[in-house]
Design a protein around this ligand. Sequence first.
Ligand SMILES: Nc1nc2c(ncn2[C@@H]2O[C@H](COP(=O)(O)OP(=O)(O)OP(=O)(O)O)[C@@H](O)[C@H]2O)c(=O)[nH]1
Ligand SMILES: [Mg+2]
Length: 718
Amino acid sequence: MSVIIIHLDTSDISEIDSLPWPDINFNQTATYLIFIHDDILSIEINENLRSLIMKHFNSKVKNIYIFRAATILKEKSKTLKLGILSLLKEAHIPIDSLFDISEQFIREHNINLSTDMRTFVKSKALLNEFASIMKNLSKDNPALELFPLSQLKQLSERIILSPMEENQKKQLTKKLHEQCFKKAHPLLTRLAELSIENNNDTVPFENAVLLWNTTLWQRQRKEKQQISISILQQLEMSKECFLRELQERSTGYENRNNIHCLFDDSNLMKQALVKIYQNSFRHQEYIEIINATSSVTHNKIFQDTFANNSEDFKSFYTISIIGEQSGGKSFAMNKIFGTKTAEAKFKCTTGILASRVNITGHKKVKDILILDTEGLLDRTKKNTEAQIFDRKIVLEIMARSHIVLINITRNVNKTMQQILEIVLYGLNKLRITNKPKIIFLFRDQDPRTMGETQQLDEVKELFNDIKKVCEQLNINIEKNIKKFDVHEFPSPFVDIVVDEREMSFFNHSFCQQALSLRKKLIDYLADSEPFDSFSQWIDLTLETWKQINYNSNLFDYESLIHLTIEKALETFSNKILTEANSKMRQIVEDILKSDTRNKSDYMELLDDIKWKLSNFKKELREKLLLTTLPNEKTSLMKQYNLQALPETLFENTKSRLMLSLELFQTDHYTAAAREFQQDEFQKKNWPIYRKLCLKKSNKYKMLSEILINSKHYLQMQV
Ligand SMILES: Nc1nc2c(ncn2[C@@H]2O[C@H](COP(=O)(O)OP(=O)(O)OP(=O)(O)O)[C@@H](O)[C@H]2O)c(=O)[nH]1
Ligand SMILES: [Mg+2]
């Protein structure tokens, strides 16, 4: 049985009817869990929302469950947990795994974690797009004609589907592999051949891009129409696009009988790739080790290229650079180390690119691997998507480098602090013990103020703040950060007016700073332990990337302060609930112990218990809502020096408290009722037992009476 999880957020609730419900093909046998991500009380869900949602479901779908997402996913309360667990039991899912939903678990149990209602529906549209692209392959999308496998893979990774449709997607992909692409596009084949013959692949790649663009241009002229290739696709037609396609072709595919097959030219493509990777490292060119659009990695091809091979370089160090988009990261690394990654005014580097740099003239440091990364804070991506991506990339870099350079164009901002906090939390959770040195590169500094302590003070303050938050969560930042330092750069360009014409020159003082940083970095590396072999390093690096992608939930928090407050609120509510629980127990015990117990009718006593419990709950509820909770909120804001408290955290605590009080009341009442029933049972049976002892002749009759009564008792219990 499959479980399909649908997420609805606030905007969905207010316009629930306008969602594209008719577009969903409901899977009748699936269990649907609908998580409401919203500040809404359970009562409201039951009273309004449930019926609003249910009316859209096909009446044949039987298993639909609606929950408040935050309460369920973060709830520690046993009762709630048991509720959802028993539900999942019905769906044949091992229960203890729910709160630790891992990639493997999701796959094994067919859980579809569609991100929200719109994505869920959009995914179906994407599937149709996927199918139609395959039907009209290469007709109106030139990029698809040249890079069919990698383009389709990218598209298919964006599609999140229910298990049934997932199967359909798999079938489509297999069909595609079998029928359409036995042979690669001639240009790709020629490029592979040239790369094998050639010892420097820059030229063939440049020619390939040129040739392809010319073909497109000619075709456009011939057909006298706009080619539907977006500027983005043209820009993306870089060396990486070709290499991704070569990777897909060399890996092969799974056919409809689940047998692994190779393309006719898989071998050629693999040979070309091996040669290209080897050449790239020989000529300080980069290779893309992580393609940011996909969590799928190609370990095997790197192993084939480097393991047990003279090209596998031993004893090397890693320096990485991260920072905001278009902040001059690639530019700086190219100038400092002579790497050759592309620089541009617009968003340029994607994923993680590695270049091997040979250092001559140093006794110990001979090889450095430079990792250039895709810029952070991408404004073209959706907020949360960009946020998660930034944290993933930084975590990967922190886990695998000796030195991490953080490029700063203006000043160290709050966002960078939040990224570092969450990354430290992630490193801790994934038990990664790498300990890089961090150097902040301050760019475009005014030469008159350079060398003053202002920037260093700024960074010290940042780490003090991070340390404070981390300590609250028992995270020791010294475990993952060795030291930190700053290095300042003036602008690399000087504008000079010559004969009334403005000319731009390369700034000498920038070069001096670049050289001094290079020396500083190499000296620092000489004091560290190098990595043993590139093939081992790349294997572990790709493995870490997989781990990070499997554990994306680590990045659900915007910053650590959210996590700290969540913990503080949990301790606070636990205290209140423990007190409330013992008070309710007291109320029941007082009535049970009282003299009236044996004299009064137990129904009356039960009513009394019900009334007293309900009164207590009502008073506590009011007190919580009017004073205790608002006071706690103010005190937390004061303690953590916050302008506002994350509203959802607070609302979650509120509803958790209310729900638990409700459950306590029911539990205590039921326990009391059970005790009375036991009393009644004994009252009825005691005389029978007495009689039995006196009159042996009636023994059998009496025994059967006891049995009948016991049966009644058991029924009452049920
Ligand atoms: N003002 C100024 N511009 C610079 C500096 N360094 C590089 N640039 C220019 O800034 C632009 C972006 O440079 P890149 O090196 O591509 O920036 P990046 O950070 O690698 O960009 P992404 O890879 O897209 O994140 C280029 O046009 C560079 O010429 C600098 O120190 N100051
Ligand atoms: Mg760049």
